[in-house]
Design a protein around this ligand. Structure first.
Ligand code: GLA
Length: 741
């Protein structure tokens, strides 16, 4: 009865007689089924999303699925949380959408299911797309909206997708935080009523929230068991992911308890005048299901990011970089840049990135209050220009990268003086400014501004093709909601138009400069989502580089985003954000579980520090393929162990893994209890060796445990290993290499 058969190209085109069409559409991945029923000329209905169905279950679901309105529209039936709301040209505020066709086709390795619905009366079409990444159990879904009415239709809301979960005991996992405290992990039972994860910052969008969640079907979430759906909205702008939990919501059937989950761009202050024949495309929602808990949900997202193009440049091994920010802040000059390159190169570093403070001619940049927009070298600081820096990089055998913040401008800049109308501002009101009391935002809805932002990057990379890396920053949110470019009656398009403009610039950059590595940064972790990662190779996880806090921040971030993208930098002994003093080995061991970098002056190192740094960098080069491309298994959560944590990465063949354990606090007598490993092959035998041991610091353990230890995968995953750290020392850490013998 089901439509989907693996090698089908086009199953049914529009207006196939009903008798030829079975109603159910199964969108399936290796381990999951998402089932809709799509009877021609009737409502599109959601039936099921969960573990993969076998033939008998399919028949059952065909008869007894949930049968709930897939894309509830405002107007006729008004008792659900709506996915779409419009006002037609004639003032009618309703939609009654019915299925007009189902089509499936291949795009590369993916199968796309396209379901077209149309209003019963108006020439108004809503088309849903479901693209499946079969092996990684991921469905990418979005909606397109079009009409052929005589005048504009006002779109008040148009979410990307909607689905349902029944039962009464769902738990949610989400990230929440703030500047220098991003990606906090929160898990809680979902209550009746409406709960939403939303953002309205306009430009950067992941400091306080992240457009991602997991939801369990039955009770608390577990790392390795239980039915869990994971979702992440791939969007650079404002978003809303909403859970509406109630009883007896449906008008067709009595379903006792259910949650309807809608997700998409945030419609607030964003009503959109859709012209006839214009195609409105919603952001993409990524969905994955696992019956093996949240660990597998994370791995599905990571694998998709790494293997299915979810994150830019994911096949390339990432370099170990030194960023100048915490080393010198704005005090950039040729000498200190060259010195940092030299010191970094001596310990094995690969890429040097010059951060803020290098630009501005009329107004040289010495603090946050001037020069954004004037992307020419400050001659007083760098008399030999970028060429001088590239020469120094070449001499020191490191690659070179540079910081820019091209969406922004200071009112104290030549760019602003020439083009004051290019900024986002409100008529008749004083413009609220950000950093330095002068920072404002360029209006990317304006094509001229888009060209300008593209040119900033094009000039840098065109004139200096040896720039191999860009750190693209944003240090403001959208204040003064007004555009000098958009017409008076379309000011409400600004939130959406800004991001269309941004994406069009990023696409142009990627078309012309496919090989430049780009980091997405926004006052730390303000731009960590799959909307950005389509164009960026990595993200700056947080401006907080305190290794103790980083255990938590990276743990939270890892729920949805892979270690390959997660920039993790070692910084000064006394941390600049928290004042905490942490031993260098611990700082490295934490950073090495992500994308290792540094954020300090190597000249501040003592001789013994240099040895630790050099050895750590050497170690990272060995384990880098495992960390950057392996499967993550989270073992001990810092949230239940006062910061004590353990995790590991395993390669696809399960022949090699790397294990990290941290013991920042002296709870439990200085050791982490026995840790049961995961992800290995129980039939294999592994050699276990400690890495990154420090001979030049007090011994971490009196009786090192892992010296030529050989154990079976079965033993490691059933009994586990005792992880001892030295007694009387806080900040114990250990890295262990596990290799098939
Ligand atoms: C932001 C970034 C930092 C640094 C500064 C420079 O805060 O998050 O890493 O680049 O800007 O001004």
């Amino acid at each position: 009865m089901f439509l989907l058969k693996k090698c089908l190209f086009v199953i049914a085109m529009y207006i196939v007689p009903l008798s030829l069409l079975a109603n159910e559409v199964e969108i399936s991945t290796k381990n999951s089924s998402f089932v809709l029923s799509a009877p021609i000329d009737q409502q599109l209905r959601f039936e099921y999303y969960g573990a993969k169905l076998v033939a008998a279950d399919k028949n059952f679901i065909a008869q007894n699925g949930l049968s709930l309105d897939y894309y509830p529209a405002f107007g006729v039936y008004n008792n659900a949380s709506h996915a779409i709301q419009v006002t037609h040209a004639d003032g009618n505020m309703s939609l009654e959408l019915v299925v007009k066709g189902v089509e499936t086709y291949r795009e590369g390795d993916c199968l796309i299911t396209k379901i077209t619905t149309k209003d019963k009366v108006y020439p108004f079409w809503v088309t849903h797309y479901f693209k499946t990444y079969y092996e990684n159990d991921l469905i990418e879904t979005w909606t397109e909206i079009k009409h052929a009415e005589k005048q504009d239709v006002v779109l008040f809301k148009a979410f990307s997708a909607n689905f349902y979960i029944t039962g009464s005991n769902q738990h949610i996992l989400r990230l929440a935080g703030e500047f220098i405290n991003e990606a906090g992990l929160y898990e809680f039972p979902l209550q009746y009523g409406i709960y939403s994860i939303s953002n309205k910052e306009g430009i950067r969008n992941t400091h306080s929230d992240n457009p991602s969640f997991m939801i369990s079907f039955d009770g608390p979430l577990h790392e390795n068991k239980g039915n869990v759906i994971g979702a992440s909205l791939a969007y650079t702008g404002n978003y809303k992911l909403m859970f509406d939990k109630r009883k007896n919501i449906t008008y067709r059937k009595v379903v006792k308890e259910q949650v309807n989950i809608v997700a998409g761009y945030n419609e607030e202050a964003s009503h959109y005048f859709l012209s006839p024949n214009e195609n409105f495309v919603t952001p993409k929602l990524l969905l994955t299901f696992s019956d093996k808990g949240k660990g597998q949900v994370s791995r599905n997202f990571h694998k998709w990011a790494l293997k299915d193009g979810g994150m830019y440049g994911a096949n390339n091994v990432s370099d170990i970089l030194l960023n100048s920010w915490e080393g010198v802040y704005f005090d950039v000059n040729q000498d200190n840049m060259s010195e940092m390159m030299k010191g970094f190169s001596e310990i094995g570093g690969e890429l040097f990135v010059m951060d803020d403070g290098w630009f501005g001619s009329k107004y040289p940049r010495n603090d946050g209050s001037t020069s954004l927009g004037d992307w020419m070298v400050a001659q007083g600081k760098l008399p030999h220009g970028i060429k001088g820096l590239l020469d120094a990089a070449n001499k020191n055998k490191v690659k070179f990268g540079i910081w820019i913040e091209p969406e922004m401008v200071n009112t104290k800049s030549e760019l602003y003086e020439k083009n004051p109308s290019w900024i986002i501002q409100l008529p008749n009101r004083e413009t609220i400014k950000g950093r330095g009391e002068t920072q404002v935002t360029l209006d990317l809805s304006n094509p001229k501004v888009q060209d300008h932002v593209f040119k900033v990057v094009d000039d840098l990379l065109g004139n200096f093709p040896n720039i191999e890396y860009i750190k693209w920053d944003v240090n403001h949110y959208l204040t003064n909601y007004g555009s000098n470019y958009l017409p008076k009656n379309k000011q409400s398009h600004l939130y959406l138009a800004y991001h269309r403009g941004l994406e069009s610039v990023l696409k142009r950059i990627r078309d012309k400069y496919p090989n430049v590595v780009m980091q997405s940064c926004a006052s730390g972790g303000g731009r960590v989502n799959y909307g950005y990662l389509k164009y960026f190779d990595e993200f700056w996880t947080s401006d907080n580089t305190d290794a103790f806090h980083r255990i938590y921040i990276q743990w939270g971030t890892s729920q949805f985003y892979p270690a390959k993208g997660m920039a993790s930098h070692v910084s000064a002994e006394k941390n600049h954000q928290t004042g905490r003093v942490i031993p260098l080995k611990f700082r490295f061991d934490v950073a090495m579980s992500g994308k290792l970098g540094m954020e300090m002056k190597p000249s501040d190192f003592t001789e013994s520090d240099k040895l630790v740094a050099k050895k750590s960098i050497e170690t990272y080069k060995k384990i880098r393929p495992l960390v950057q491309f392996g499967d993550l298994y989270r073992l001990v959560s810092p949230y239940v162990n006062n910061g004590n944590a353990a995790l590991m990465y395993v390669n696809d063949e399960k022949t090699e893994a790397v294990f990290f354990a941290y013991n920042p606090r002296l709870s439990k007598g200085g050791h982490l209890e026995r840790v049961v490993l995961n992800g290995l092959d129980s039939n294999k035998t592994y050699q276990i060796t400690e890495l990154n041991e420090t001979d030049y610091l007090p011994k971490q353990r009196e009786n090192p445990r892992f010296v030529n230890t050989v154990l079976s995968g079965e033993f490691l995953m059933k009994y586990g290993v005792d992880v001892n750290f030295i007694n009387n020392f806080e900040y114990g850490s250990i890295i262990v290499h596990i290799k098939e013998k």
